[in-house]
Design a protein around this ligand. Structure first.
Ligand SMILES: C[S@@+](CC[C@H](N)C(=O)[O-])C[C@H]1O[C@@H](n2cnc3c(N)ncnc32)[C@H](O)[C@@H]1O
Ligand code: SF4
Length: 412
């Protein structure tokens, strides 16, 4: 989500080697250890498709097959269980689509079924994505009783004109009210999704959105630049008045400063949190952890100890095809083994999104490669002033974050 990453590759000559090679690092292989495991559950229906959205989400017409879908999820989980025998789930994330369309008793049945098949870590973070237009009195207490302990609200903006232009099903008062209902029900770990660089939005309007968010005192704010995704209604017919690159960059800089001043520290390209309130689930993605993906169109990434490989598996996208095939090979959209040559790029695509970067040792643990596999591109990135390396810790500089795409492509 960084729209400012297209500068040509240029910069001062590389400084002397900052990544010292020791004799025992020269082999390109290192032991591949299974990293922390998360569970991603995709719930694919929405009340209405938003014109900017390219997620696997489908307008739910008529009564949705909630019970059949939970059966399918559990069958899907059973089918994938041999890939994660004996491992503990650290976080669960219900994403969509609009997971809050599912009544709490269905979420509860899934969580009971999943925790009887897989060990959940004590204090496991369990997040449910919520559209404010689906909030009903009394529902949040029941989600909490079901085991959900974190909510992520798709707010987007608190300006009613912006919300209308985005095709949202709720207004700003409903957004406020939904978050307050959740807080009254005891949820204190809440994320608000906001987007900026919206059609006809000014800098003052983007700052106003943040002020309204601060007033609700969420633990976490995700602040995304609106992107025109291929195959969406906005891509086919772009709305009037989208801020240009300079105006969007200005909004990003001012909003970053405002978030920091109010105690929301940026820890990833689009993620800001109060101390200790980072999203454990998303951090596991960015640290190239493992995740089992179940549900229509869900993607998973798993380190398989027995043959030291990394497997990406995804499920078929369409809900009807998924419902018919779940639990059988028919529901698998594809399997892809990530060979060692592709791992540096994949690792960097994730880890270089983190403001604090990563330990070089983590690279080896997660990819099964020794550090010399990335010595050359690291040198190049240091030369361009895009990275700093100190005591085995790699951190993107401000320029590295700005030109994130170019930085990451050095590792291709
Ligand atoms: C799957 S949606 C989350 C929740 C729920 N479906 C909703 O919209 O209320 C995830 C988030 O991605 C962001 N998003 C979706 N499409 C985007 C786009 N084209 N550009 C930037 N952010 C986008 C929105 O902030 C959205 O809340
Ligand atoms: S509600 Fe969320 S997932 Fe559904 S179409 Fe809108 S942005 Fe996409």
């Amino acid at each position: 989500m960084n729209g400012h990453s297209s500068a040509p590759i240029s910069g001062p000559p590389a400084p002397p080697s900052a990544v010292q090679q020791s004799a025992d690092q020269r082999s390109t292989r290192a032991p591949l250890h299974p990293p922390p495991l998360s569970l991603y559950v995709h719930l694919p229906w929405c009340v209405r498709k938003c014109p900017y959205c390219d997620f696997n989400s489908h307008e739910g017409r008529g009564a949705l097959p909630f019970a059949a879908y939970i059966d399918a999820l559990l069958a899907d989980l059973d089918h994938d269980l041999p890939l994660v025998w004996g491992r503990t789930v650290q976080t669960v994330f219900f994403g969509g689509g609009t997971p809050s369309l599912f009544p709490p008793e269905h979420i509860e049945r899934f969580l009971q079924g999943a925790s009887s098949r897989l060990r959940f870590a004590p204090g496991c973070e369990i997040t449910l994505e919520t559209n404010p237009g689906t909030a009903e009195h009394g529902r949040f207490e029941l989600y909490r009783a079901a085991g959900v302990n974190r909510l992520s609200f798709g707010i987007q903006s608190f300006d009613d004109g912006c919300l209308q232009r985005l095709g949202r099903i709720h207004d700003s008062h409903e957004a406020d009210a939904a978050v307050k209902l959740a807080q009254d029900a005891g949820f204190d770990n809440i994320n608000l999704d906001l987007m900026y660089a919206l059609p006809q939005q000014t800098l003052a309007m983007a700052e106003y959105d943040l002020e309204r968010a601060f007033a609700l005192q969420p633990a976490h704010i995700s602040h995304y630049q609106l992107t025109l995704e291929p195959n969406t209604m906005f891509a086919a017919k772009p709305p009037q008045g989208i801020p240009d690159d300079d105006a969007s960059w200005d909004m990003q800089e001012h909003c970053q400063a405002l978030l920091a001043a109010r105690g929301y520290a940026q820890y990833e390209v689009s993620a800001y949190a109060r101390p200790g309130r980072q999203s454990a689930h998303n951090l596991n993605y960015w640290r190239y952890g493992d995740y089992l993906g179940i549900g229509a169109g869900a993607h998973g990434k798993l380190t398989l100890g027995h043959d030291a490989s990394i497997l990406r598996r995804w499920k078929v996208k369409h809900p009807a095809t998924y419902l018919a095939g779940a639990g059988k090979a028919d529901a698998i959209g594809g399997d892809d083994r990530i060979d060692p040559e592709r791992r540096p790029f994949e690792f960097m695509l994730n880890a270089l999104r983190l403001v604090d970067g990563f330990e070089l040792d983590l690279f080896s643990l997660r990819t099964g490669l020794a550090q010399d596999a990335i010595a050359a591109p690291l040198q190049q990135a240091l030369g361009y002033g895009w990275l700093e390396i100190e005591g085995g810790h790699v951190r993107p500089t401000e320029a590295g974050r700005r030109f994130n795409n170019d930085l990451v492509s050095l590792f291709l």
